[in-house]
Design a protein around this ligand. Structure first.
Ligand code: GDP
Ligand code: MG
Length: 448
């Protein structure tokens, strides 16, 4: 995500690192480079101009903080300003379980609307008492209707569609009646996009909006299209006054321009970001976290959020208790690994941990295959061995290795890693931290 921009900013800050104090000259030099970096990231030039001016004023007016080096000071200022650039002061989707909440998605063709429907359904379904359904209002392409139906099947969320009709208002009306009958309290409407802004399309979505009076309209924008996405956002905003933006394809090599310009141009927040093609690849957007991600500070909070929503609260509590009493056993260890697996590709998660640059990542890469091996080893143990790993002597190790089709060395390695993890747990006794860690998959991700 925003790799070019991140590495350019990193270089600028590294250059400042060697400087004893901030002078007007080194600030000016850095600002010139920040300006270039942002322009190259396809950020709107007017936004860049104001941004750089704000930073300059702050840098020059800064009291020299004893605790920070000049480089750190600039990073801090840039971080704050980047956050401001994307922040609209908190945005939250509030759903009510005693009415039908209506969400409508709009945007150009290929921006990711249909995928986003399934992502939102997956996301909100995790909330207690929310039962989503989806509606295919992209009526011009049978393939689009089919796509939503396939996604619906995949995630187990019903889809209302009507291949015979081109009347989106009628389809929406029918869908609401069915939702009412079947007690669905969240209905997400997929709409048709075009390759470019087009009067017919706009009129249709306006008509649908007038009928539905949706609780939220999200404009779905493809981050890869940079400034174009922002221009289109403005036109959609002028016509529809949408509530927020879902910025998709941030997992690709996008330059960052869209993310950094959309709020300034529309004054509407980015509500969610799409980070992959799967229904689970959606993250709530937080300006401060995105800023620190851009600055390569990782995004530990997103990681925790992700883990929290994947792991049920009760399990986490139970584990936290066990960790506290130092009763963590191999079964828990296995559960943690499976948890990690469920959360998605490990690398993606590891990247969110501050300090995990690509080099560090190479050292801790654990492929899905290795996880499968570990599972096999633990499954080959008896229940007693799992809860009391101390009893696993030489002959037991041999038996486990044979049973799991792995080597004794691998069994030894696993037991050693488990001991290390336990050791770390022992050293930690902050209950709050414990709970967080438990949710995250143990005290730090195990190194393999
Ligand atoms: N990598 C990636 N691909 C995405 C994301 N969101 C959507 N896509 C892909 O983009 C293409 C267009 O998405 P679709 O939902 O059909 O767009 P629509 O025309 O707006 O409905 C599909 O191939 C999706 O799999 C995302 O966040 N990341
Ligand atoms: Mg579509």
């Amino acid at each position: 995500m925003f790799n070019d921009l991140s590495s350019r900013l990193d270089k600028i800050f590294k250059n400042l690192k060697g400087k004893g104090k901030l002078t007007e000259k080194n600030i000016k030099d850095s600002l010139r480079e920040i300006r270039m970096a942002l322009l190259e990231a396809d950020v709107n030039y007017k936004i860049v101009k104001t941004f750089v001016k704000d930073i300059e004023e702050q840098c020059l007016g800064q009291e020299v903080m004893k605790s920070l080096t000049p480089g750190q000071q600039v990073v801090k200022i840039v971080n704050t300003e980047l956050t401001k650039l994307m922040d609209t002061g908190g945005f939250e989707v509030k759903l009510h379980d005693n009415k039908i909440n209506k969400i409508m998605l709009v945007g150009l063709q290929g921006s990711g609307k249909t995928t986003a429907c399934s992502k939102l359904a997956t996301h909100f379904r995790k909330q207690k008492n929310i039962f989503p359904a989806m509606v295919a209002c992209d009526v011009y392409r049978p393939a689009a209707i089919h796509q939503l139906e396939v996604l619906g099947k995949e995630i187990g969320v019903p889809v209302h569609s009507n291949l015979e009709s081109k009347d989106v208002v009628k389809i929406a009306k029918d869908a609401l009646a069915i939702a009412n009958q079947k007690n669905h309290n969240l209905v997400i409407f997929d709409t048709a996009g075009r390759l470019h802004i087009d009067t017919d399309m706009m009129e249709e979505v306006e008509k649908l909006k007038d009928f539905l009076k949706p609780d939220y309209i999200f404009f779905v924008a493809d981050a890869m299209t940079g400034q174009d996405a922002v221009n289109v956002a403005k036109e959609f905003h002028d016509r529809l006054d949408f509530s927020g933006v879902i910025l998709t394809k941030l997992d690709g090599d996008s330059r960052g321009g869209a993310a950094l310009s959309i709020k300034a141009i529309t004054n509407k927040p980015i509500a969610f970001v799409g980070v992959g093609e799967r229904p689970s690849d959606l993250e709530v957007f937080y300006a401060d976290r995105m800023a620190s991600r851009i600055l390569g500070m990782g995004d530990i909070l997103t990681l925790i959020d992700k883990a929290e929503s994947e792991m049920n609260e009760e399990e986490a509590e139970k584990l936290a208790k066990k960790l506290k009493k130092n009763q963590f056993d191999l079964d828990d260890f296995l559960k943690q690994l499976q948890q990690i697996k469920k959360m998605g590709p490990l690398e993606g998660l590891l990247k969110m941990i501050p300090g995990m640059n690509s080099k560090a990542l190479d050292n801790v890469k654990m492929s899905g295959k290795e996880l499968v091996h570990i599972e096999a080893i633990i499954y080959s143990m008896t229940l007693k061995e799992r809860s009391e790993p101390k009893i696993i002597n030489g002959s037991r190790r041999l038996r486990i290795a044979e049973g799991s089709g792995r080597t004794v060395q691998e069994v030894n390695k696993l037991l050693k890693q488990f001991e290390q993890m336990k050791d770390m747990i022992k050293k930690m006794n902050n209950p709050k931290m414990m709970k967080k860690m438990a949710k995250m998959g143990g005290p730090g991700l195990p190194e393999f």
